[in-house]
Design a protein around this ligand. Structure first.
Ligand code: NAI
Ligand SMILES: N[C@@H](CC=O)C(=O)O
Length: 357
C-alpha cells in the first residue's frame, strides 16, 4: 500500500519551539514511514523574516540555508498553491506567539488546511471566536489540534474532551498551569533571588517570548481560559479574576534590572512562608461560572506545593470523579518537550485526517 503523504507548513520555523520541532521531525520521518506508513513532509516553512518552499519536501534538519528573505505575498501564494492542489492533506503548524498568525486560521480552514498550534492566542479570544474555529474546522473536514497550549506535552486537553464526549460533566478544575511560575517560585524557595530565577526560567526555554506575559500571568490566563473552555465552561476573559504577582508594569526591553528591585521583597515573603511551613504557589481554578488565578501560600504538604521546578499538576473534578479527582501531572514547559507535543499533534492529525476515507 502506498504511504499516506501529508504535508506540513511550519510557521515560526527558526524560533525555539519551531527549531526543536524541525530537528525532531528530521529524526522521526523515516520511523513514521516504517511504522505507520505516514510520509510526513515539510512543504514550506517561514517566520517573520524568512521563507522556504519545496514541492517535494524540505530537509527539516538543515533548513537554515534554504530560507530566503520573505516577500510580501509569499504566504498568500503558498495558501493558494495548497488550496488548488488536490489530494495531499496539509497542516499548518503554528509555533509563533503571534495574533497575526492566529488571524489566519479561519482562512486556512476555508482552504482545506488543518492547524496544529502551540500558539494559545486564537483559543483565548472571545468565546464566539473559539466556537467559530471549532465549527469551521469541523465543517471543512480538517483537523485543529492544540494540546501543547495547556500543560505543554502532558495529555490533558484530549482526555478532557473524552470525558465530555462520554457525557461526564466537569465540575471544577484546579491546578498549577504555568511551567515558568512553577519553576521561578520553586527556585525562590531554594534561596535563588527572584530576578535570577526568572533569568534561569527564560534560559531553560520555559518563558514566553515576552517574559512579562508569564510574570503578569497573561500567559497563565490564556491557559486557564482554554482549559475551562475545553471542559465545557462558557468562559469569557472578563469572567476571570487575576491577582498578579505584584505591581509588575515593567515596559522596557531589558526587564532584569527592574526585576532586581523586587528581589528583597520576594526574599522576605518566601522566608516568612517557609517559617510558617508553607510555600508560595500560583494556583489557577475554574468552575462553570468563574475562574481565578492567585498566588497562595499553601502548606508544604499540599500536592500543589510539592511539585518539581517547572512541573504542572491539574486536578479535574467531575460528577463521577468528585471525592477522588482525576490528577494529571508532568513538565509544564520546555522547548524540546513542547516540540514533542506538537509533533504528536501533527502525527495524530495526519493519521486521523477527518475527511480521509
Ligand atoms: N516554551 C514552552 O515551554 C512552550 C511554548 N509554547 C508556545 O510556543 C510558541 C513559540 O514559543 P517560542 O518558540 O519560545 O517563541 P520564539 O520567539 O522563540 O519563536 C517565535 C517564532 O515565531 C516567528 N513569528 C512571530 N511572529 C510571526 C509572524 N507574524 N509571522 C511569521 N512568523 C512569526 C518568529 O520569527 C519566531 O521564529 C509560543 O506561542 C508559546 O506560548 C507552548 C507551550 C510550551
Ligand atoms: N510560558 C509557558 C510555557 C508554556 O506554554 C509557561 O510558563 O507555562
Amino acid at each position: 500500500m502506498d504511504a499516506q503523504r501529508v504535508d506540513l507548513i511550519l510557521i515560526g520555523a527558526r524560533g525555539k519551539v519551531g527549531a526543536a520541532f524541525r530537528q525532531l521531525l528530521a529524526r522521526q520521518q523515516l520511523a513514521l514511514l516504517a511504522e505507520v506508513n505516514l510520509d510526513l513532509r515539510l512543504l514550506a516553512a517561514f517566520d517573520r523574516r524568512g521563507f522556504a518552499f519545496d514541492a517535494i519536501g524540505l530537509a527539516p534538519g538543515s533548513l537554515e540555508g534554504a530560507m530566503y528573505a520573505r516577500a510580501g505575498a509569499d504566504v498568500e501564494r503558498l495558501i493558494e498553491f495548497v488550496a488548488t492542489r488536490a489530494g495531499v492533506p496539509t497542516i499548518a503548524v503554528d509555533c509563533t506567539a503571534s495574533d497575526e498568525i492566529a488571524d489566519l486560521y479561519p482562512q486556512l480552514f476555508d482552504k482545506g488546511i488543518g492547524v496544529v498550534a502551540a500558539n494559545k492566542r486564537a483559543n483565548a479570544r472571545t468565546l464566539a471566536f473559539y466556537h467559530g474555529l471549532q465549527r469551521s474546522a469541523r465543517e471543512h473536514g480538517v483537523p485543529y489540534r492544540y494540546e501543547t497550549t495547556v500543560g505543554s506535552a502532558i495529555p490533558l486537553l484530549g482526555p478532557l474532551r473524552d470525558l465530555r464526549l462520554r457525557g461526564e460533566r466537569v465540575e471544577s478544575l484546579q491546578g498549577v498551569l504555568s511551567g515558568s511560575l512553577s519553576y521561578i517560585l520553586h527556585r525562590m524557595h531554594e534561596g535563588c533571588p527572584f530576578s535570577a530565577a526568572v533569568v534561569e526560567a527564560r534560559d531553560l526555554g520555559y518563558t514566553e517570548p515576552d517574559v512579562m506575559e508569564d510574570l503578569r500571568a497573561i500567559d497563565l490566563s490564556r491557559k486557564l481560559l482554554v482549559l475551562a473552555r475545553e471542559a465545557g465552561f462558557s468562559m469569557e476573559v472578563d469572567d476571570m479574576r487575576v491577582e498578579l504577582l505584584g505591581d509588575l508594569q515593567i515596559d522596557v526591553d531589558d526587564v532584569v534590572p527592574a526585576l532586581q528591585l523586587l528581589d528583597d521583597g520576594w526574599r522576605i515573603r518566601v522566608e516568612a512562608a517557609l517559617a510558617r511551613g508553607e510555600r508560595w504557589v500560583a494556583v489557577a481554578e475554574a468552575t462553570p461560572d468563574a475562574a481565578r488565578i492567585g498566588l497562595h501560600s499553601l502548606p508544604a504538604h499540599s500536592p500543589f506545593a510539592q511539585l518539581a521546578p517547572g512541573q504542572n499538576l491539574i486536578e479535574i473534578r467531575t460528577e463521577l470523579q468528585d471525592r477522588m479527582p482525576l490528577r494529571v501531572s508532568g513538565p509544564g514547559a520546555g522547548v524540546e518537550i513542547t516540540a514533542a507535543g506538537v509533533l504528536s499533534d501533527a502525527v495524530s492529525a495526519a493519521m486521523h485526517w477527518p475527511s480521509r476515507h
